[in-house]
Design a protein around this ligand. Structure first.
Ligand code: KG4
Ligand code: ZN
Length: 340
């Protein structure tokens, strides 16, 4: 039997995404972002995000269908992010997905946002090896996961951030540095001209007695803020590029060091780095360098699949369909703080 076309819908934060996947293949996707509307507030405003999802919901689906050369009637299943995320934003996506699934008479699947980030890579590089190590680094998450069969086995959570997420650290420090939101890309750009050894920022939770796979970025954020403050108090211009490069180096060092150690300890030969921060040029370069040295295969999805999108949700839906998973009941609800 031919594999159905799965429509994936993502609306957990500030991106409304729709993607179409069938039998592991990405047919088309589209993303609308309300990022610009949040910029002057320095972070995502939940109410603005929810309204923007409402406006973008049908347009992104039509755009994704257009890109895939498909119509509504070709949709064979609907997958939607049920959590974690902002509740108002998730509600809009789920209500829309239910309506579509019901009116088209097709099954509905609820998808964990992080499973979506993990699956994003399959659209570019094919099925994930079993087992593989996944480092999820985004604005909301910093997790190390041991993944087996995504559609059948529970994901094993090895470590998490105990405070801020890596992306959050970039976003908050960027704000202190006077860089625009979102901070990650701005820090990345600014760091190009800087010296990564200029400032010795701390490498939190890398001591011998620290929880091996947990992360902490709030101390690093404070150090960077203090460094900027000291320059201001002295009336000096902030050596922005050096600060950005040094901060980025500290984040990339901690992330890749722990990820490679986890692969080694668990005898895993593949590391997948996903989430918005996987777009960071230094995180990518250092991961490549350290994986090569340790004989670990590194997989990083292309940038457009690293940040929130609907294609990654469709990818999980497609895996669930093919694994014969039970669809969600139509009264399924959102789970804003969903555990893995
Ligand atoms: O995965 P994502 O789009 O959304 C979630 O948080 O789920 O990730 C967004 C995060 C933001 O914190 C943003 O600053 C960060 O990813 N980011 C980057 C880069 N591009 C996006 N951080 C560092 N360097 C980048 N090039
Ligand atoms: Zn995300």
């Amino acid at each position: 039997m031919e594999s159905p076309v799965v429509l994936g819908i993502e609306s957990s934060c500030d991106e409304t995404g729709a993607g179409l996947v069938s039998d592991g293949r990405l047919l088309g996707h589209a993303v609308a972002s309300s990022m610009d509307e949040h910029a002057r507030f320095g972070g995502v405003v939940p109410e603005i995000a929810a309204r923007a999802h409402l406006d973008s919901f049908m347009p992104v689906i039509r755009e994704a269908l257009g890109r895939a050369g498909l119509g509504m009637a070709d949709i064979g299943a609907v997958a939607v992010t049920t959590g974690p995320g902002l509740s108002g934003a998730l509600q809009v996506g789920l209500a829309g997905a239910k309506t579509l699934a019901f009116s088209l008479g097709v099954p509905l699947y609820g998808v964990h946002h992080l499973a979506g980030h993990v699956a994003a890579d399959t659209l570019e590089h094919g099925p994930l090896p079993d087992p593989c190590m996944v480092l999820i680094v985004s604005g909301g998450h910093t997790s190390l996961l041991l993944v087996r069969d995504l559609a059948r086995d529970p994901i094993v959570h090895l470590g998490d951030t105990v405070d801020d997420a890596a992306g959050e650290c970039f976003d908050k420090v960027a704000r202190v540095f006077g860089l625009p939101y979102p901070g990650g890309p701005a820090i990345d750009r600014s760091a190009r001209e800087g010296d990564p050894r200029a400032v010795a920022f701390p490498r939190p939770l890398t001591g011998a007695r620290d929880a091996r796979y947990d992360f902490s970025f709030s101390g690093l954020k404070t150090s960077a803020a203090r460094w900027a403050e000291q320059h201001r108090l002295r009336g000096e211009e902030l050596p922005l590029a050096d600060g950005a490069a040094s901060l980025q180096e500290a984040v990339a060092d901690v992330l890749t060091r722990k990820a490679v150690a986890a692969c080694r300890e668990h005898g895993v030969g593949t590391l997948v780095v996903v989430g918005g921060v996987a777009a960071n040029s230094r995180v990518r370069a250092l991961a490549e360098e350290r994986c090569r040295a340790a004989g670990i295969a590194l997989r990083v999805p292309p940038l457009k699949l690293c940040t929130d999108n609907g294609a990654m949700i469709a990818a999980v839906g497609d895996l669930l369909v093919r694994a014969g998973a039970e669809p969600a009941p139509l009264d399924v609800s959102i789970d804003p703080s969903a555990p893995l």
